[in-house]
Write a protein that binds this ligand. Structure first.
Ligand code: ADP
Ligand code: ADP
Length: 227
């Protein structure tokens, strides 16, 4: 599913070059649930941004679902991202003046699905996260846990093979964090590959595999390979 070999990523300003990732290698198999931990500034977000085709890299190779990312044009890369990848963020990133139904609709409109197909996908995704009754609510009318579930519905509506989550429970209390984790586990059981960055050791342990990023590298070499 995800195959990164010797990825390097350097951020340059006028005076400094920051090696955010150096010789970063990781394989994730289809169907895995991998948690990613590590100290602040270690390169976790940079890894997710590269994995999600949001950010170019400076060296090494990355294959997503057998497709080599390196040679793709911008439009091919966007297409691959929209078809294969769903994103979940710590801050939910819902549009405040759109109701939940319309929020879930945003990426579907972007991809050009017809009206009936969109309605079907939105209702399906909201049912999966238990928010069917909240479709007409604005994000501000929902609790934090419900907002994150709405964001998960938005990611799921595109039927991604691969879900990338950046601190998805970071803004939630313990109970709501557990509920969101249970939802992610359920989604994983239904076949979606998940990579989740988290600071929460309990949630990190619950994933099938935990990798630690330290100084832009996977800390334990034996963990780079899918098991
Ligand atoms: P983490 O998510 O583990 O906290 P990041 O991936 O955000 O780490 O950052 C890794 C390193 O790259 C840090 O030293 C950070 O300051 C640097 N970095 C991240 N993004 C940029 C950027 N856009 N410009 C310059 N440096 C950056
Ligand atoms: P939780 O108990 O999950 O933290 P709240 O106590 O914030 O959630 O809200 C309880 C219920 O009331 C939730 O199902 C939420 O959707 C609903 N709710 C909260 N605020 C509003 C609102 N302003 N308008 C409509 N429904 C609301």
């Amino acid at each position: 599913m995800l195959k990164m070999e010797h990825i390097a990523k350097v951020f340059r300003t006028d005076t400094v070059a920051t090696h955010a990732l150096r010789d970063f290698s990781l394989h994730v198999k289809a169907g895995e649930f991998v948690s990613v931990t590590g100290p602040s500034g270690a390169g976790k977000t940079t890894f997710l941004n590269i994995a999600g085709l949001l950010e170019p890299f400076d060296g090494g190779s990355y294959q997503l679902d057998g497709i080599s990312v390196h040679g793709l044009s911008d439009s091919q890369r966007s297409k691959l991202r929209n078809e294969k990848i769903g994103f979940i963020f710590q801050g939910f990133n819902l549009i405040p003046d759109l109701n939940i139904f319309d929020n879930v609709d945003v990426p579907l409109r972007y991809r050009g699905f017809g009206r009936a197909e969109r309605k079907h996908r939105i209702e399906d995704a909201l049912a999966k996260v238990g928010l069917s009754a909240r479709a007409k609510h604005l994000p501000s009318q929902l609790s934090g846990g419900q907002q994150q579930r709405a964001a998960i519905a938005r990611a799921l509506a595109g039927e991604p093979a691969f879900l990338l989550a950046d601190e998805p429970t970071g803004n939630l209390d313990t109970m709501m964090a557990r509920q969101v984790m249970e939802l992610l586990e359920q989604i994983n059981t239904q076949g979606t590959t998940i990579v989740m960055v988290t600071h929460d050791p309990e949630l990190a342990r619950r994933a099938q595999r935990n990798i630690q990023i330290v100084d832009g590298e996977v800390a334990d070499l034996t963990l780079r390979q899918a098991v």
